[in-house]
Design a protein around this ligand. Sequence first.
Ligand code: BES
Ligand code: ZN
Ligand code: ZN
Length: 487
Amino acid sequence: MLVRLTVSPIGVLDVDVLILPLPETGGAPPQVDALAPVVREWLADLYATGEFKGKLHETAVLHRPEGLKARRLMVTGTGKPDKPGEPELRQACGAAVRAAKKFSAQSAAVCLFEAAPSSVTAAAEGVLLGHWEGDVYRSKNDRKAIDTLYIAVPNGDPALARAVERGCILAESQNFTRSLVNEPPNHLTPTVLAERARAMASENGLECEVLDQARMKQIGMNSLLAVAQGSAEPPVLIVLRYQPQSASADHLGLVGKGVTFDTGGISIKPADNMDKMKYDMGGAATMIGAMRAIAQLKPAVAVTAFIPSVENMPGSRAQRPGDIVKTLSGKTVEVLNTDAEGRLILNDAITYAKRLGCTHLVDAATLTGAIVVALGHIYAGVFTNNEAFGDKLLAAARRQGEKLWPMPLDDDYRDLLKSHFADIANIGGRWGGAITAALFLKEFAEETPWIHLDIAGTVSYDEGKPYASRGASGICVRTLADLALNW
Ligand code: BES
Ligand code: ZN
Ligand code: ZN
């Protein structure tokens, strides 16, 4: 779907559906002077009867609206506040596009009477995120895509054109991530993930290097390799580099968990819902998508992504509970549960990122079931060893309307990771599992300012949303790009 800005008056827009975001007023309809009297009466009736209240995600459609060239007028609710915030506008636009796809609209326009650049960006993001579908493997697909969507604004301020472009880059990068995350695990192996990252890098002017098993062995990434050894699929460490023309002294490292399928290994998972473990490379895809956005939006800070990718399988070569591995950092880890594999691949990537000069680190990982118990499927957990850095990321998340919640990381929990035979154990017992997992990673980040995002609960929408297809959510891509842009 192509998203284009237009300053044409809404009456002349020749589209299948003209989308009008409207607030919840609690009774009287909002005044829309640009509409013909008879259309305004239709609106008044909708609000009066409560058929349309302006609630978020609510839509209503009028056919052949008088005074408009559009075949239909669709109102979409933005919820309570009179002037919608960006998160509401983003979702309202997404919900409208999904409703329009149900009647196979091929062209559409979103009408913004008050167009601040930030609302234009949010609208562009909303329509693109709403338009995306996760069903590319279905052979019969009768749903038509929208070819072109116009964002109609009252003036031709060049800042608005840049705002649309920014929204498109961010949302398309998020959709890129969603498409990767959704791939089935037989198609998306670590090798294929590396190929996809390489293709993205060459399209966007990023440097890409893929370390293979032999190279990783030479370097000493034994912890990462131990997870991979149970699978016939070879592991990779993907490195993507963005170097701006004039950069600050800082160097941001993005580390993403790329387990293309997590059976649990010898500590095997129960069969129920094991299919969801194809999403266990969600952190990796998040960082690859964020790098795509960063390559196009060109922030003034150097950013390098480190993506360790493996398949976690049981088998005669698989690692065993009780194994002790020597990590790249030199620290030894006792593997008490092979299903706590994310931290085993991440620690080596974190150490490597530091060795390559990263001054700040963010990792994203579908790391623990415990974060789902703590925060459900709405908020992702944020852990950090540096509050000021964490606050920067939380501010970026607020700007992007993404729900991230700070979690504790006190050393009081550290005893739970004690090992009798090695420097640290890879599990910390039943309680506070998301925190002990984060504390494990902190041992390897050491003094480097570092943030860990546990996205296990938010990586996908199992049932879909009014504004988003079922499947991968792409959460954190926009927040990470925003963090780099506002460095
Ligand atoms: N990939 C899982 C975490 C996960 C769980 C992601 C549910 C998405 C939904 C991770 O590798 C894992 O299995 N973690 C274990 C750790 C435990 C053995 C300490 C868990 O959370 O049960
Ligand atoms: Zn696991
Ligand atoms: Zn996992």
